[in-house]
Design a protein around this ligand. Structure first.
Ligand SMILES: [Zn+2]
Ligand SMILES: [Zn+2]
Length: 210
């Protein structure tokens, strides 16, 4: 059976977790949420010997997107995000975010729009798209191989903020309950910010989900 490997990179200044995910065998990979510092992400891709076929966003907030343009140019990977998120990707034309992160570049238009239940095929491995709106209208989680990349939907002992545009608290809770809490307890949760956790731990201890 195909084996998945991943590496987490915490990207400053927003402390966003960017994940490199790949097949252990073919070294085909994807990048989830290339938040910034493209040079460091590219160094890690080379170090792992990966061939990146796709860049996937859990959602298009500015703290998750700063390195897409550079990564796409260098790796020739496709860029994908949920259809309901595509509108906001065009709003970053003026690079006001370079104030916070000098490496920030506005993202290019997407090559692929994802919907709930879609497959993301990378070499001999395959992940499933779970649409989990609430933090953002087109928020997704990416599941497979005993792992779920949860973006800003579910954190270790927390949940995403819902006070921004497209935020909806009740919708977020129902997304987590219907799409994430039905995963096995031992599923590793790799969030968009902060330390990893498991579905079982969050089911028991996350006060937002009581
Ligand atoms: Zn966010
Ligand atoms: Zn975030």
């Amino acid at each position: 059976m195909a084996k998945m490997i991943y590496r987490a990179l915490q990207i400053m200044p927003f402390g966003t977790n960017c994940y490199l995910v790949a097949s252990d065998k073919t070294r085909d990979g994807m990048v989830i949420d290339p938040a910034g510092d493209a040079a460091r992400i590219l160094d890690n891709i080379s170090e792992l010997g990966l061939s990146i076929g796709i860049i996937v966003l859990t959602h298009a907030h500015p703290d998750h997107i700063g390195a897409i343009a550079q990564l796409k140019e260098t790796t020739k990977a496709k860029f994908a995000l949920h259809a309901a998120e595509a509108g906001i990707i065009n709003q970053y034309g003026d690079s006001q975010f370079t104030m916070f992160d000098p490496t920030f570049r506005p993202p290019p238009p997407p090559d692929r729009l994802l919907t709930d239940g879609d497959s993301i095929d990378i070499g001999d491995i395959v992940f499933k798209v779970l649409h989990t709106p609430g933090h953002s209208a087109g928020g997704i989680c990416i599941a497979g191989y005993g792992v779920v990349f949860s973006g800003d939907t579910l954190f270790n002992m927390g949940i995403g903020r819902t006070d921004g545009p497209g935020g909806d608290y009740d919708l977020l809770i129902s997304s987590i309950r219907s799409k994430l809490l039905n995963l096995p307890d031992e599923t590793l949760v790799l969030p968009g910010h902060g330390p990893k956790t498991t579905i079982g731990w969050e089911r028991q201890h996350n006060t937002f989900l009581r």
